[in-house]
Write a protein that binds this ligand. Structure first.
Ligand code: KG4
Ligand code: ZN
Length: 358
């Protein structure tokens, strides 16, 4: 019988200080023994976004406490874990370095294997904390820093089908919330406001909707939102309507681009009835979940979303990705450096900047 595997995961890539202890049982099922997330959103709220140096300092002040709390809750001693997994990128270097250094130090002291985890792989595998995932599957990763469609062929084996050529989807939500003076982070607030508004009130553009495959663009939409926010002032009902119209536009863009991605996936893999995973912070949005579930069922894909608590940044998904990599015998040396940019598919073209042809 295969042995249980227990990993400590550490995540500090942006503004959440997180640690988790996750166990894989002998049947391959995940059990989250503890997962602690300390959000810094209150600290960054007054700046309207994450300030890297302040975030790194807050990680430093918090990390020991969070790891200890998490170990206590799991009732697991460091001596009994099989390995340490820490996020090594992509993200803010000064922030990544905090969790990565702590992870490497524990690994060195306790003589435990060390796994450097790609944060995006953590999101990609997050639904398998609850449900068994079958490769290959189609992934839509929508977070504060990334928006991409990928074929997940295996652990560490990805093919990018499309990505954003400008803003990430979470960023578009956050900027819209900022323009409406709703606060930070904005995604959840836009969703709340949208539930009270008339989604047909404003007509927003859908950039590159009929071209460029399943690549995405949100910059033109953001500019259009900015123009409207200047006209509506402090009128709360107009804010509700704008949030609802913005969210409806996003849903229409995601619907169209998901259909393109599904066709590309089916042509490339010839696989029927595959999973369609939607992960990352924006996957917590209930109207997006509903919209993408409907398309999946119509196109014979099995929709799969992480539990809401594992959509946003957390360390359970990092420990879990660490276990999966460890099983594949991918280990890392302690000189592994943090990476601000770390695409899952390193052969995919870089899709931002001047001179981009679509
Ligand atoms: O995955 P995540 O926690 O961090 C990154 O890796 O970036 O994603 C954070 C993003 C933020 O932009 C936040 O506004 C967005 O996810 N978000 C949402 C919702 N909850 C979080 N966007 C739309 N609707 C939500 N309910
Ligand atoms: Zn994330």
């Amino acid at each position: 019988m295969k042995k249980k595997l227990t990993f400590l995961g550490i995540e500090t890539s942006c503004d959440e200080t997180a640690a988790a202890v996750v166990q894989q049982d002998s049947n391959g099922k995940a059990k989250v023994l503890s997962s602690e997330v300390s959000s810094q959103s209150k600290i960054h709220e007054k700046f309207g976004g994450v300030v890297p140096e302040i975030a790194a300092r807050a990680h430093l002040e918090n990390i020991d406490f969070i790891i200890n709390k998490c170990l206590q809750r799991s009732k697991i001693k460091l001596d009994d874990v099989d390995g340490i997994a820490a996020t090594a990128g992509p993200g803010l270097i000064v922030c990544l370095n905090v969790g990565l250094s702590v992870g490497k130090t524990i690994s060195a002291f306790k003589k435990k294997p060390f796994i450097a985890v790609n944060h995006l792989e953590g999101h990609a595998l997050s639904p398998s904390l609850e449900k068994r995932l079958e490769f290959p599957y189609l992934l839509l990763l929508i977070s504060g820093g990334h928006s991409q469609f990928l074929i997940v062929k295996n652990i560490g084996d990805y093919e990018q089908l499309g990505t954003t050529i400008d803003d990430a989807l979470g960023e578009a939500f956050d900027k819209t919330a900022k323009m409406l003076n709703l606060g930070y982070p904005g995604g959840k607030l836009i969703e709340k406001y949208a539930s009270k508004g008339n989604e047909r009130k404003f007509n927003f553009p859908k950039p590159i909707i009929n071209r460029a495959g399943c690549n995405l663009s949100f910059a033109g939409l953001k500019t259009a939102v900015l123009r409207e926010t200047k006209n509506i002032g402090k009128d709360i009902n107009q804010k509700y309507d704008l949030a609802a119209s913005f969210q409806k536009t996003i849903n229409e863009i995601l619907k169209k681009k998901t259909l393109v991605a599904m066709n590309q996936f089916s042509e490339k893999t010839r696989k029927l009835n595959s999973h369609f995973v939607v992960a990352g912070g924006v996957a917590a949005n209930l109207s997006i979940r509903k919209n993408l579930k409907e398309i999946s069922l119509a196109k014979n894909f099995q929709p799969l979303f992480p539990k809401i608590e594992y959509c946003g940044d957390n360390a359970a998904m990092i420990a879990w990705a660490g276990i999966q990599r460890f099983k594949k015998k991918f280990k890392n040396k302690l000189d592994f450096s943090a990476k601000s940019r770390w695409p899952l598919d390193d052969k995919a073209p870089f899709m931002k900047g001047p001179g981009l042809k679509l």
